[in-house]
Design a protein around this ligand. Structure first.
Ligand SMILES: C[S@@+](CC[C@H](N)C(=O)[O-])C[C@H]1O[C@@H](n2cnc3c(N)ncnc32)[C@H](O)[C@@H]1O
Length: 205
């Protein structure tokens, strides 16, 4: 087990992520983090540890069992700077401009409206805020394939994914890490990528 996982509740770790957006986000003490599709809370707890007692980490998930499990883990571990909210990432239950960082781990690929997800991430970020996400992208259009988690079937191709982030208003969209996720007959079908993007300090309305 990675040392940082040993510091958070074991019940929060489902092993369903595709990367480590919290590590890539360079979080600082006092920052406010929002995690899109927080599941049992692993990245929320990791972020909460890094931002410390003056910061806060908020997870949003649409599955009531996940939200309940994450809240229970927080209560049992006595972690005070986390919060888990029920909701969808296409319409976040989060006010405008409250987050320093929005993270997400292997969730946006599942959304049928990725443009709405990135618009919502942009809305809840402060000016200058960072979007740091790990996700799956297709390396060529694949159609429906045999894919247990549906995370490759529902993913879109890399160029379209990056363009959707830019269209939401983000700048400096950068692929920080990548590795093959699914290798088929023609080579790499899909990749796990960690992407960082910035909300400009001045937004033209
Ligand atoms: C593959 S799991 C990843 C969970 C977590 N990020 C992790 O790394 O353990 C996907 C999670 O996203 C949630 N989810 C999927 N689509 C969602 C949506 N549109 N809005 C909110 N949550 C969503 C699911 O309920 C599930 O908990």
């Amino acid at each position: 087990m990675e040392p940082e996982l040993a510091r958070i509740p074991t019940a929060s770790f489902l092993g369903e992520g595709s990367g480590n957006p919290v590590r890539a986000a360079d979080l600082m003490a006092g920052e406010v983090i929002v995690d899109l599709g927080s599941g049992a809370g692993v990245d929320v707890f990791l972020a909460a540890h890094r931002v410390g007692p003056t910061g806060r980490a908020i997870g949003v998930d649409m599955t009531p069992e996940m939200v309940e499990r994450a809240r229970r883990a927080a209560d049992e571990a006595g972690v005070a700077n986390v919060e888990f909210r029920s909701g969808i990432i296409e319409k976040l239950p989060v006010s405008d401009g409250v987050a320093d960082v929005v993270v997400s781990n292997c969730v946006i690929n599942l959304s049928p409206d990725k443009a709405a997800v990135f618009r919502e991430a942009f809305r809840v970020l402060k000016p200058g805020g960072r979007l740091v996400i790990s996700d799956i992208v297709q390396e060529r259009p694949l159609g429906r394939i045999d894919d247990d988690c549906r995370c490759v079937t529902n993913a879109i191709v890399r160029s379209e994914y990056l363009a959707t982030i830019r269209d939401a208003g983000f700048e400096d969209v950068t692929v920080m890490e990548e590795r093959p996720w699914r290798v088929g007959h023609a080579g790499v079908d899909a990749s796990s990528v960690t992407i960082r993007a910035i909300k400009p300090r001045e937004v033209n309305s």
